[in-house]
Structures are given as structure tokens and as C-alpha cells.
Design a protein around this ligand. Sequence first.
Ligand SMILES: NC(=O)c1ccc[n+]([C@@H]2O[C@H](COP(=O)([O-])OP(=O)(O)OC[C@H]3O[C@@H](n4cnc5c(N)ncnc54)[C@H](OP(=O)(O)O)[C@@H]3O)[C@@H](O)[C@H]2O)c1
Length: 352
Amino acid sequence: MTDNIPSTMKAIVIDSKTNWVTIKDDVPTPEPGDNQVLIKVAYAAQNPSDWKFAAFLSVDGDFLGSDYSGTVVKVGTNLQASLQVGDKIAGAVLGGGFGEYLTVDSDLAFRVPQDISLEDASTFGVAWGTAGQVIFKEQKHAYPPSKVEGSPWYIVYGGSTSVGLFAIQIVKRLGYKVLAFASPHSYDLVKSYGADAVVNYRDDDAVEQALKITGGGAELGFDTISEGTSFSIVIPALREKGKQLNVINMITDEIRQINPKIELVHTMFHTLLGKELNFGARTPETPMIIPVVPENHRFGTTFFPKTEELISKYGIKANPVALKGGLEAISQGLKDQMEGKVSGKKLVYKIA
Ligand SMILES: NC(=O)c1ccc[n+]([C@@H]2O[C@H](COP(=O)([O-])OP(=O)(O)OC[C@H]3O[C@@H](n4cnc5c(N)ncnc54)[C@H](OP(=O)(O)O)[C@@H]3O)[C@@H](O)[C@H]2O)c1
């Protein structure tokens, strides 16, 4: 460690006694390894996965937090990206974002463009990566300035989610017209991010409204909620034109039968990070290991570094930020999101 990097730091960890989070103030500051840099975390943004990991998945002492922005303070060996001490970077990790220092793979981060704040940059993490994974990798679109022909409709179910706000912006840049499903209190928000039309997903005739607007459906859709009644709205809204719908939860055969002609693709963001994940860590007798998917990791190492260009050249905006305080505010933020009290904004914490 160099003189100005402390040997221990504060970080949020899982406490198995409470099945929740606690702040630990004597965590050894990590050392950057192969292809890694150590950053001093400036801001960390919160995702729904954070409370889900805290409540159901992580085990004692696990670190929490994915989305970060900060400054490189030390570099490891064999970097795959040309980062150096002093660079401002952002991205996503699998745990550790809610801590004062963090090691990240150099090729899974992006340089923060000068025209956006570190606060805003911290929102380009899991939700941004998920939107990119679905649209560029799984729906096989080329990056802008490439555009689709004829301005077809594209449907985003859950337009006001963090993932949805990024997805709307990307598909607009690709030349689509966007129909989003959201609550009326989110209409102005989703329109300000580029949606051409918005339908209230709670309306009894939501599907009919969507079909009228799109003139009979759309080839592609993205369901950023994928639970409750979402499938019974978005699948019929794609109708016979529908070719592919990307979802963020497991799909049952019953859901596939709603319209078997539409390919339903389940996206797992963490596979972009090239790390195995065990969803069964709390029950060692029944592990549920999601293995590394090399082609998804390769995509992650091209998409995250490209973020700088997508922001600067194509004007992709951050999620609306609600700045909440520091590490001490995270427990409450997680509870608020767990209770469904977070709508249309990203909870962001100032770490340093
Ligand atoms: N599989 C993966 O790899 C992956 C990756 C990222 C996220 N996810 C999951 O994707 C989901 C979205 O994540 P996020 O961070 O984008 O969420 P978020 O920003 O926390 O989403 C909040 C929004 O959800 C909307 N919403 C809630 N219930 C809805 C429903 N039934 N229909 C339509 N909209 C609804 C609310 O919109 P209104 O206020 O407008 O109603 C609210 O604004 C979460 O479940 C997350 O865990 C999965």
C-alpha cells in the first residue's frame, strides 16, 4: 500500500445474525490483482439486486453494492485497458461497491466523460449494462450511428425503471419509435427520456391501447419487470409481429404458451462480469451456481468501455439521481426499495 491509501476501510457487509447489512470499519483495503485497478469510491448507486442479495442470497461477511464511480489510486498488473492513477472511472462489480475502496477489472470500467458528474456516472452500472446486453448482444443491434430501417415500434414494459430509462434511450438512438408501459406519475419522465407513447399498465385495456398506438404490435420488446401481470400485457401487445421479448426473470412453460412464436430470452446481467455466481450460498447443500458465460463476459469488456462514447457522442443521460447520504444511509435505502418506495429515481450514496 502507498502512504495515502489506508490499510483498512469502511464497507457495508452482510451480518448473518440480522440477515441484513451492517457497516464494518476495519475491512482490509483490497489490493489490485491481474487486470485490476484500485479505486477510491466517490459515489455508489443502488439496484434492486442489492436488497435481494441482502435479504435472501448473501452470506455473513459478503460485500454488497454494484454500481460505482471513483478515482483510480493504484494499478495492478497486465491491465487490459489503459487506465492510470488519477483516472475517473465508473461501472459495475459483483459486490463491494458500498465500500471506500474497490478493485475493478480494468476492461469492465469506462472513463467518465468530462461533461457528466461522478454522481451521475455512478448510475451507469447494472441497469445500463442490462439494457446494453439485451439490445446490442441478445437482440443483435449494431451500435449507433447504425439505425434500423423504417422507424418501427419497440415496446419497453416498465419504462420508468432504471433499466427501462436506459433501454428507451438506446433504442431511440437506433431509430425506433418507443411505446412504454408505466404509471401515469411516470409519463413525463419516460417521455423526457425519449418514449413516443406511454400506456398505464394498470388500465384494463392496456393491450388494446398499445395495439392501437403501434398499429398492431412490434417485433421486439423488453420486459424490465417480468413478474405479476407483465407477461399478460407485453406478450399480447407485441402480437403476431412479435419475434423476441427479453425478460429479466425465469420464464415458465405457461408463459411461453401465451404466444409460442415469440422467442423469450432471459438476461442475466452478472454474466457480463465474467464471474460465477451462487444463488444458493445460504444453503450449501443445494448450491445454484450460474457459471461464467465467456461470450457474455467478452461483450461486457466491449460494452462498458464504449459507454464513454455513447454518453458523449449520443447523449445518453444518467438516471435521475436522489442523493441519500453516505454508507450510513444505505440500510434505509435498501429497505425503501424493498418496500417499493423507489420510483423513477436512482438512490445514490456519496462514499468519499
Ligand atoms: N436479470 C438481470 O440480470 C437483471 C438486471 C437488472 C435488473 N434486474 C431486475 O429488473 C427489475 C428492474 O430493475 P431496475 O433497477 O430497473 O428497477 P427500479 O428502477 O427499481 O424500478 C422501479 C420502477 O418499477 C416500476 N414498476 C414496479 N412494478 C411494476 C409493474 N408491475 N409494471 C410496470 N412497472 C412497474 C415502477 O414504475 P411506476 O412507478 O411507473 O409504476 C418504478 O418506477 C428488478 O426486479 C431488478 O432486480 C434484473
